[in-house]
Design a binder for this molecule. Structure first.
Ligand SMILES: Cc1ncc(COP(=O)(O)O)c(C=O)c1O
Length: 387
């Protein structure tokens, strides 16, 4: 008697529901910003990666519209065939200039940049050492590469070194991969120490600057700049979709690295080039990041203000260590996180519950924007106080 080969999907969904891991989309009916219309309700937005408030900026929208008028909506092909426009190159030059690297290449998303770079750089004979809290795109890139993957304890350089002492000689190339700002925690990787270890054991180092680009460093170049590591040899990846308010990803590094990736990264070669609108919006955003450092200053003021209020009014909140605009507090279960998220929403605050399997422990994740006003932050703390 044949069984339904798709029946397991319903069963799997039931298990997801039972564990309080079920997720669904929530519609926003307004422009991005510090406040948004979420399913018809005006809420203060602490759920966005739009750190500098650029996703709704008129200048980005104008740039996108002008690019559509000049080049149309689609780029019509992959970069190496018919998809390349000079706009792509202008964006790559602007990224390299911000990062102070020899060159950069853009991908259609940050996820694709990670998959493409990792699978091009290492293969079956190689070793990847990966921070246990790395983003999904780094983890899946590592698996896809076919290299031996070992996860090291979060931010633990001593544990990484032990693995290298034991394993390095068994492999041809070795790639250490890490988020620079950990996206679901808010802490930073120990970049200088990682670079030293990479040098000592002849490893490449790849850092994902997704949440650092535009946010950290004097000029907004990211964690590499923040830690004074500009100019050291490493592979920097990032996204155009967070502080840069657009869509797309990039790799920045030496001219030979970028040339190699253009020839070997499958997720660059075999996919349609970034759309003219996204490319132009990201380019406009990079110019603003360079010309308006006050946005970053305001973002960090907001981070400091929230931390101060939480310390004064909610000293028992279990805050995870954070050195970024991402602040998380831990809850005992997925169910509790969902309940707190719901209560916050009722109080007009949009701050999502993040649950396994995204993270090992359930939490509420708050991300701050430069465009939050003091009253928004005060209202968040009031709502948390009531919860
Ligand atoms: C650390 C990290 N890397 C990569 C990505 C993927 O970037 P994108 O959204 O551009 O695909 C994200 C988030 O989406 C992220 O948080």
């Amino acid at each position: 008697m044949p069984t339904d080969p798709y029946a397991w999907i319903e069963e799997s969904l039931t298990t997801i529901h039972r564990a309080d891991w079920y997720r669904s989309v929530q519609p926003i009916h307004s422009r991005p910003g510090a406040t948004v219309l979420l399913a018809g309700q005006e809420v203060i937005n602490f759920a966005s990666n739009d750190y500098l408030g650029l996703a709704g900026d008129e200048r980005l929208m104008k740039a996108a519209i002008a690019a559509i008028q000049e080049f149309g909506t689609g780029s019509t092909g992959s970069r190496l065939l018919s998809g390349h426009r000079e706009l792509h190159r202008d964006l790559e030059r602007a990224i390299a200039s911000t990062k102070q690297t020899e060159d950069a290449v853009v991908f259609s998303s940050g996820y694709l940049a990670n998959l493409g770079a990792i699978t091009a750089l290492v293969g079956k004979r190689d070793l990847i050492l990966s921070d246990q809290y790395n983003h999904s795109s780094l983890k899946n890139g590592a698996i896809l590469s076919g290299a031996k993957v070992i996860e090291y304890t979060h931010c633990d350089v001593a544990a990484l070194k032990i693995q290298l002492i034991q394993q390095r000689q068994n492999y041809r190339r070795c790639l250490i991969v890490t988020d620079s700002v950990f996206s679901m925690d808010g802490d930073l990787c120990p970049l200088s120490a990682l670079l030293d270890v990479a040098d000592e054991f002849s490893c490449m180092l790849l850092v994902d600057e997704a949440h650092a680009t535009g946010v950290l460093g004097k000029t907004g170049a990211g964690c590499v700049e923040h830690f004074g590591c500009t100019g050291r040899q490493l592979i920097q990846i990032g996204t155009l979709s967070k502080a840069l308010g657009s869509l797309g990803g990039y790799v920045a590094g030496s001219a030979s690295l970028i040339d190699f990736l253009r020839n070997r990264a499958a997720s660059f070669i075999y996919t349609t080039a970034l759309s003219p609108a996204d490319t132009a919006a990201a380019l406009a955003a990079i110019n603003i990041v360079q010309q308006e450092p006050q946005r970053r200053v305001q973002l960090w003021r907001n981070v400091d203000y929230l931390k101060k209020l939480l310390q004064q009014q909610l000293p028992n909140l279990k805050l995870l260590p954070s050195e970024s605009p991402i602040l998380c507090f831990q809850l005992s279960s997925a169910g509790e996180a969902l309940e707190v998220g719901k209560q916050l929403k009722e109080a007009g605050i949009f701050a999502p519950a993040i649950r396994p399997p995204t993270v090992p422990t359930s939490r509420i994740r708050i991300s701050l924007m430069a465009t939050h006003e003091p009253k928004h932050i005060e209202k968040l703390v009031q709502a948390l106080n009531r919860g």
